[in-house]
Design a protein around this ligand. Structure first.
Ligand SMILES: Cc1cc2nc3c(=O)[nH]c(=O)nc-3n(C[C@H](O)[C@H](O)[C@H](O)COP(=O)(O)OP(=O)(O)OC[C@H]3O[C@@H](n4cnc5c(N)ncnc54)[C@H](O)[C@@H]3O)c2cc1C
Length: 716
């Protein structure tokens, strides 16, 4: 296989080299073609079949070898053979040549590319498997994407060769006709001033408009296909209906009201959704109480002889609810009504692409008609179907807030952000916490040494962290709950009083009409959208946890802007959701914050990088605060100060990362951070010192040696 690959590569390189060595590009130039136009037409008049076959063969070779000149040859086909025959010849020759190039690229490069960049290409591969024919058709219709690039790139994807051939042939037909038609006019040009002939101008105007028309037509065809079986109301009562009043839904409704659209926001449970009621707000309130407790216990570290604290867990949980109640007005129906949003308490079901039925809290049902819909239905905790779990019962991030009694022994299933935040909290309050993670480390999205830093702290604080342990079953024996876990081929038994399931959150995609509409879900079980957050129904958009790929409040709000603006103004202009710089933080102690790539991801994606790290144990303020633990780790492009990604571990990492988020968002490099005054003594200085580490590693050594010599000379 390797030998035949090499042989084919040599043949292709030799043919391409021969083409250029023989001055092939000169023959395929406009001037040569014009000069030879008469001779070509004469030859065609006397040898019609030979000319056609010869032209066909050359066209296949040019396109198969990805040589420059296919577009010119298409014009020539029009000039020699006329519109009908020119189109037939070019259509088949270009499709065959394209398929040869596709096969060559596949044979020579696909395995290597998929091996090396498989991770980065996963989404693309999935897209091609799902809708490859449509993607290709669109690309073929739009002559702006170079022909040879499409052939070679598609060869690297999982698309089947027969599909590639027929889609290419059909997709290129319209463009071919336009080019060949332009060629027929080109043949009629006798002087340069002839270029301005109305016919040629018309042909090129058509060429220019074609991509736009093609795209619009395709969008219309797709929309018609989606809408075909539904009856469109004659008029709409609303511009937008938003389903779900969590972070994503609230922001969507707010934006719609701000631009004076008539918008209705429907919430079946509690305004504010997950973030306010069961997510960010209560968890951060609980973390704060646990942190205060931990600080008090660390009194001797601060030079205080002793400090003691008494607390009732129920009071702590009541405080959490008080915090939620204090924040609640920000997300309340009253506030949003004042902002111009119609708020409805009830369960929404999409009954047609333009109609939403609401089962109101009182039991009555209302049907709302709307031009557009934003789905912001969120996600819920996933509870794995492990044998016996029903018998022992479980808590999740939805229900844990109802606890008023501290569990003596708590098992936290899951080593992700939610599991880690809550495991540490409960341990600080005094539960004996066992955290069980199937993977080899907790916080598996972060680099191994980052996970290690958090795990070390957890263990120091008494959390029993069991990594590489898989929950096998649950049961109750003599009134005691237990869990069986598999580890390194063996089995262990863990007794507990309460189980907290934190193994991930699954998008809410069922039970409100998506099934009947036929809106597909992804492998990750989120609602499938395009880059505009649009479902196959062009007026139905999705944002927040239900859309993925991120599950954060700030990404939900970010997506909500795109969903609302596209839903309201998409017929004029649509915006692609921009995920280029997405930060996040896990609020453990130490906090872990990240933006952009970490080392693991850079390696997986084949991105070259350099690392600069600055240890928090060196920072004056961190030392003064007894927080001298953690790191600022910056990945940059080799030899440049351009930031690829940053991970910060330490106190207030979630706040510190903001400087790097701004830098990455606005293309500022480490030199700019180094050149910015940071207040002394602050934790934020760590960012500047990390930039300093990078700078020292890139100091101009030759210049410094020259300066050393200069100074020596000046000393005399
Ligand atoms: C414990 C925990 C801690 C977290 N901490 C953070 C953090 O620190 N930072 C961070 O950025 N993110 C955090 N998150 C994640 C964050 O809470 C979510 O990403 C965010 O709330 C998602 O918002 P959303 O609007 O997409 O969904 P949700 O907030 O879930 O809102 C969806 C709403 O839709 C409603 N709904 C669903 N179906 C219907 C229907 N048919 N009709 C009417 N209403 C419907 C639901 O009742 C719900 O209120 C945390 C999550 C958890 C669980």
């Amino acid at each position: 296989m390797r030998g035949s690959r090499l042989a084919l590569a040599i043949v292709i390189v030799a043919l391409v080299a021969a083409f250029f060595a023989a001055g092939g590009q000169r023959y395929l130039s406009f001037d040569t073609v014009k000069a030879q136009q008469g001779a070509l037409l004469d030859y065609y008049a006397s040898h019609a079949w030979q000319t056609a076959l010869g032209f066909f063969g050359v066209y296949v070779a040019v396109t198969g070898l990805s040589l420059p000149g296919a577009a010119l040859m298409t014009l020539v086909a029009g000039a020699i053979f006329g519109l009908a025959w020119g189109t037939v010849i070019v259509s088949f020759a270009s499709s065959i040549g394209a398929t040869l190039a596709f096969l060559a690229s596949r044979f020579l490069l696909r395995d290597w590319v998929q091996r090396r960049f498989g991770h980065a290409l996963r989404a693309l591969n999935e897209g091609i498997e799902r809708e490859g024919a449509f993607y290709l058709f669109t690309l073929r219709l739009i002559p702006a994407v170079p022909f040879f690039v499409i052939n070679l790139a598609m060869g690297l994807t999982p698309m089947r060769a027969p599909t590639f051939y027929w889609v290419s042939q059909v997709g290129m037909l319209a463009g071919t006709i336009v080019y060949v038609n332009a060629g027929t006019q080109l043949g009629a040009i006798e002087s340069p001033s002839g270029i301005l002939s109305p016919g040629l101008l018309g042909a090129f105007v058509l060429l220019g408009l074609f991509p736009l028309l093609a795209k619009k037509t395709l969008d219309l065809v797709k929309a018609r296909r989606a809408f075909a079986r539904w009856k469109r109301p004659a008029r709409f009562e609303r511009n937008l209906v938003v389903i779900g009043a969590g972070s994503a839904g609230l922001v969507s409704a707010y934006i719609a009201a701000a631009v004076r659209a008539r918008v209705t926001l429907i919430e079946k449970h509690r305004m504010g959704g997950d973030c306010l009621n069961t997510g960010c707000v209560p968890s951060k309130a609980l973390i704060k109480s646990a942190r205060v407790l931990s600080e008090i216990r660390r009194a001797p570290q601060y030079g205080l002889k002793s400090a003691s604290v008494e607390f009732d867990f129920a009071d702590v949980m009541e405080r959490v609810q008080r915090v939620v109640r204090t924040v609640e007005p920000h997300d309340s129906a009253a506030r949003y009504t004042e902002l111009g949003v119609e708020c409805m308490q009830g369960e929404a079901t999409i009954v047609s692409p333009w109609e939403v039925e609401v089962r109101l809290a009182g039991g009555e049902t209302r049907r709302l008609s709307t031009r557009a819909i934003v789905i912001a239905a969120g996600a819920r905790p996933f509870v794995p179907p492990i044998p016996g779990i029903e018998e022992v019962g479980w808590l999740t991030s939805d229900t844990v807030w109802g606890l008023r009694e501290l569990p003596r022994r708590l098992v936290v299933l899951g080593g992700g952000p939610i599991g880690c935040e809550l495991a540490q909290c409960f341990a600080r309050f005094g539960s004996k916490v066992t955290q069980v993670e199937m993977l080899s480390r907790i916080m598996a999205r972060e680099d191994p040494e980052i996970s290690e830093m958090v795990m070390k702290k957890f263990r120091e604080e008494g959390v029993e962290v069991l990594v590489g342990h898989k929950a096998k079953s649950f049961g109750i024996e003599n009134g005691e709950k237990f869990m069986l876990v598999e580890h390194a081929g063996g089995e262990a038994r863990i007794a507990f009083d309460a189980l907290l399931c934190a193994v991930g959150r699954v998008a809410n995609t069922e039970g409100y009409g998506l099934e009947a509409l036929g809106v597909p879900v992804t492998r990750q079980r989120t609602v499938q959208t395009n880059e505009f957050l649009q479902t196959p129904y062009p007026n139905i958009y999705v944002c927040g946890d239900v859309a993925g790929p991120y599950q954060f409040t700030h990404t939900a709000a970010h997506q909500a802007w795109y969903a609302a603006v596209n839903a309201l103004f998409g017929s004029l202009w649509k915006f692609r959701a921009d995920y280029s710089v997405i930060p996040w933080a896990t609020f453990t102690d130490p906090e872990v914050a990240r933006v952009g790539l970490n080392e693991t991801e850079a390696r997986e994606r084949g991105v070259r990088y350099e690392v600069s790290t600055y240890g928090m144990d060196d920072l004056d303020r961190a030392i003064a605060d007894e927080e001298a633990y953690g790191v600022v780790k910056v990945l940059t492009v080799p030899g440049k100060d351009r930031i690829l990604g940053v991970t910060i571990v330490g106190a207030h990492a979630g706040d510190l990362i903001a400087e790097f988020v701004t830098a990455m968002r606005h293309g500022l490099g480490l030199n700019k951070i180094l050149g910015t005054i940071h207040i002394y003594p602050t934790l934020a200085e760590a960012n500047k010192y990390a930039a300093g580490v990078w700078k020292r590693a890139h100091a101009p050594q030759r210049l410094l040696s020259a300066l050393e010599r200069l100074h020596a000379w000046m000393r005399g």
